[in-house]
Design a protein around this ligand. Structure first.
Ligand code: DX5
Ligand code: ZN
Length: 223
């Protein structure tokens, strides 16, 4: 299969007892990146994993895979800088965690190497983030309530994707549109039709026995 960055597996649903096997398999399938969900037990209910695990995986896989770090944390500044320090270059913070976007601007100006994403939880209206386009390389539409894998896709997310896509086209902008939560071949295709560029996929990907077939079905090439 050709290398693709359309599907980004979310490690939250990986088999933690065989993480190396899962990572090797992702690289072998020709996928370009993995999604690394950091949860602090405060911004969201549960705690997932953080810097120590990132360090171990990044050191071993940085040449084969990019890491897309999704910070579901209250103290986004501290963790953003810490992941940057560890070598992460694609990091997404949450709109709902930011008090003052001037702080984000300062970090941006200081770290031109950073590709920064802004995630919107389901309760956040898309009109709140459109004016922030020049601060971010990506918008991440959360299509489930952040904090847990395996939830059902919220259909109202499609409207958000369409708005982001239309705004991008009308203003000749180039940010990417990512979607995260409840993605399977069916919801994924709807997101792509709505204008999404990249789909984060946790449980549906890792629970699939035939991953090559699973990836092909996203691309609409199954037979
Ligand atoms: C949810 C996480 C997602 C999650 C996706 O809070 O941000 O990345 O792992 O898992 P699925 O695809 O199972 O909804
Ligand atoms: Zn995520």
């Amino acid at each position: 299969m050709e290398k693709t960055d359309l599907i980004v597996p979310s490690l939250l649903s990986a088999d933690f007892l065989h993480l190396k096997r899962e990572m090797d398999n992702i690289a072998h399938l020709g996928l370009k990146r993995v999604h690394f969900d950091v949860m602090d037990g405060n911004f969201v209910e549960e705690i997932s994993f953080g810097q120590p695990l990132f360090r171990a995986l990044f050191e071993r896989y940085r040449k084969r895979l990019s890491f897309d770090v999704h910070l579901m944390v209250r103290d986004y500044k501290r963790h953003l800088l810490s992941f940057l320090e560890l070598g992460a270059r694609e990091i997404t913070i949450h709109y709902e965690a930011v008090r003052d976007f001037k702080d984000v601007e300062k970090i941006r100006n200081k770290h031109p190497e950073l590709s920064l994403g802004l995630a919107l939880s389901p309760e956040t209206d898309v009109s709140r983030v459109l004016s922030l386009y020049d601060l971010f390389d990506r918008f991440l539409v959360m299509s489930v309530v952040p904090g847990k894998a395996g939830q059902a896709f919220l259909p109202q997310s499609l409207e958000k994707i369409k708005r982001l896509s239309l705004f991008r086209r009308e203003n000749n902008l180039s940010y990417r549109i990512e979607v995260d939560g409840g993605i399977n071949p069916e919801t994924g295709r709807e997101c792509l039709l709505a204008g999404a560029d990249q789909l984060v996929c946790g449980s549906a990907f890792f629970h699939s026995e035939d991953k090559e077939g699973f990836l092909r079905s996203f691309l609409g090439k199954e037979n």
